[in-house]
Design a protein around this ligand. Structure first.
Ligand code: SF4
Length: 337
């Protein structure tokens, strides 16, 4: 049965009118779904009994609980959700001192095939709907304490722009959760037409997975480089204003010997020159069978210091949830087993 969670106010209004219910019931529904977070039609007590029965006969609310969870020693929690046609995705909850962030998935698996990413090895198994995305945010146990949402779980968000933009509408609209778009960050490897659309149609922060500033080397680990070079992605971003409240950041996983040299630091500085941005250096989580190796802390610090000294705000991101395979690039639905 079709779910109502994830539908916009316009869609909800159309649905109630098609059922012969008053137009204002659309607004009431949105309130119950997104503000009061109802999980059943019974709870929607200001909608007539007949209205609730009609809705129940034709639709479901769309809330589904996670089916498995794991808790890291550092407090990070990972959840497994069933989505679509017998598919699964993982969602990560990351509590910090003054913030609580959820990392949501946008696709089951991923098409992009980044060589260092375990999710990439899953292949692609389907798009998530706005229902699936909003449900991850609403149905984790710590949902009400969330301060931020990052679209950095399984999948390439801009390869599912429709689902992503719709879920963002629900999180930020007055009829929905009413969040500031600056509480939301969407990551991408840089799919150009969709990137432009995303920048123009939302106010959310943007995080680009960069990982190597040298095109010929980047394409060895990120096939997308062959289609849309990182240079063309940066050139596009430079057309937009990221110097005020809206932020663009660049994610840079550091691999020993591959992208951690002074040559890379200099190239990166040149590539980003003139752009108001920040760089997040991320430690790679090497496994025994991985061809990529973890970069030393000293190398990461000198890379950071060089960029910072050249005017690019650079931080080393603390790794979270490694022990439960919840860290960056580690989501492979291991909770299913
Ligand atoms: Fe897909 Fe992101 Fe992994 Fe690349 S890093 S394969 S885009 S999930």
């Amino acid at each position: 049965m079709e779910a109502l969670l994830g539908k916009s106010l316009d869609e909800l209004t159309q649905i109630v009118q098609d059922l012969g219910l008053p137009k204002f019931t659309g607004k009431q529904l949105a309130q119950w779904l997104y503000v009061k977070r109802a999980t059943s039609f019974d709870q929607m007590t200001n909608i007539s009994l007949k209205g609730r029965q009609l809705l129940e006969q034709n639709y479901c609310v769309g809330r589904t609980e996670p089916i498995a969870e794991a808790i890291s020693t550092d407090g990070t929690k990972k959840y497994l959700f069933a989505v679509g046609d017998n598919q699964f995705v993982e969602t990560v909850y990351i509590p910090d001192d003054d913030r609580a962030t959820i990392c949501v998935s946008t696709q089951a698996g991923c098409k992009m095939g980044c060589k260092f990413c375990m999710t990439g090895t899953l292949g692609f198994h389907g798009q998530l709907t706005a229902t699936d995305i909003v449900n991850q945010i609403f149905s984790i146990p710590d949902s009400l304490s969330l301060t931020n949402v990052v679209y950095m779980g399984e999948g390439e968000p801009l390869d599912n722009l429709t689902g992503v933009l719709k879920s963002i509408e629900i999180l930020t609209a007055d009829y929905g959760c009413g969040w500031s778009p600056h509480r939301i960050t969407v990551s991408s490897v840089g799919i150009l037409p969709e990137l432009q659309q995303f920048i123009e149609q939302s106010e959310c922060h943007l995080a680009i997975s960069l990982h190597n500033p040298i095109g010929i080397e980047r394409q060895e680990i990120m096939p997308i480089e062959k289609r849309y070079s990182i240079q063309s992605v940066i050139d596009t971003i430079k057309h937009y204003d990221f110097s005020h409240q809206r932020r663009v950041s660049f994610e840079y996983i550091m691999f020993a010997g591959l992208n951690d040299t002074q040559r890379h630091a200099t190239k990166l500085k040149n590539l980003l020159s003139g752009l108001h941005c920040r760089v997040n250096l991320i430690r790679y989580h090497s496994s025994p069978d991985s061809p990529f190796k973890t970069c030393s802390q000293e190398k990461m610090e000198s890379f950071r210091d060089y960029l910072s000294a050249n005017g690019i705000t650079t931080t080393i991101r603390r790794s979270r949830g490694e022990d439960i395979q919840a860290a960056c690039g580690m989501l492979v639905n291991s909770l299913k087993n």
